[in-house]
Design a protein around this ligand. Structure first.
Ligand code: CAA
Length: 246
């Protein structure tokens, strides 16, 4: 296999960690950003104990200047970013009539504007080298909407709009751009949903359980592979059958 440099934003999180692990085990050099230095150091040590060395750089994906510096630092340490997984994301769930402007903008900045902030400093190099793989980690709730998530669903739906435009603009440069839309995966983010609400959601999943982070990472590895050069602008819905719209 060809060793590539991969940046997974939010790599220290639930799905992010699984993606980092999967790409590293495939032989890629993997980098991620972090905001909380103590949490990041504990995570780095845990990955190192598994034999995975991750290039870690401080950076806030919601801040364009921070992202420019982040990409420069990663490229200096690990080489040009050839695989980019826009994975960092947050929730600020509340019904819209109670939602503050801050709850709206925090989610839109971190989940959607981050796609601009991180991808913009990377895309020119990918175009010049005529190879790239970009994956947005969206959500089932960007496809179907979700009670209490007007901010999150809007941002996640926007991510796929970003994917299909970038896919068209960059296809002739050997760059594929795709979306993965996970359903409810057993991560801290999903476990933070009140138990009685979560139980009702789980009951709507035909496969009968929450997803595993590795099941999302597996799809990302597929989309970022050398062989996956003819699949672009797609959305892979991985949700245990909870939403089968197309
Ligand atoms: N459909 C219809 N009604 C609903 C509903 C639904 N899906 N969910 C809640 N309600 C109703 C309740 O029955 C209740 O009705 P009554 O007032 O008549 O009893 C009412 O809404 C409660 O409304 P409130 O405005 O008082 O809501 P709240 O402030 O107590 O909490 C909430 C609302 C924060 C949205 C809470 O329901 C919640 O956390 N829901 C889960 C949201 C969710 O799925 N988040 C996903 C997080 S994980 C993630 O995002 C990862 C991913 O990509 C999948």
């Amino acid at each position: 296999m060809t060793q590539r440099t991969a940046l997974v934003t939010g790599g220290t999180g639930g799905i992010g960690s699984a993606i980092v692990r999967y790409l590293a085990r495939q032989g890629h050099r993997v980098a991620t950003n972090y905001r909380n230095a103590d949490k990041a150091e504990a995570w780095r040590k845990a990955m190192a104990a598994e034999g995975i060395e991750v290039c870690m750089v401080s950076g806030d994906v919601s801040d364009p200047a921070s992202c420019t510096a982040l990409i420069r630092a990663i490229e200096a340490e690990c080489g040009p970013v050839e695989i980019l997984v826009n994975n960092a994301g947050i929730t600020r769930d509340t019904t819209f009539h109670k939602m503050s402007y801050e709850q709206w903008t925090d989610v839109v900045n971190t989940n959607l504007n981050a796609c601009f902030n991180v991808t913009r400093p990377v895309i020119e190099g990918m175009r010049a080298r005529k190879w790239g793989r970009i994956v947005q980690i969206s959500s089932i709730n960007g496809q179907k909407g979700q009670y209490g998530q007007a901010n999150y669903a809007a941002a996640k739906a926007g991510m796929h709009g970003f994917t299909i435009s970038l896919a068209q603009e960059n296809a002739k440069f050997g760059i594929t751009v795709n979306t993965v839309s996970p359903g409810y995966v057993a991560t801290d983010m999903v476990m933070a949903v009140p138990e009685e609400v979560r139980a009702k959601i789980e009951a709507q999943i035909p496969v009968g359980r929450l997803g595993k982070p590795e099941e999302i990472a597996h799809a990302v590895a597929f989309l970022t592979g050398e062989e996956t050069g003819w699949m672009t602008g797609a959305n892979l819905a991985i949700n245990g059958g909870q939403y089968m719209g197309w």
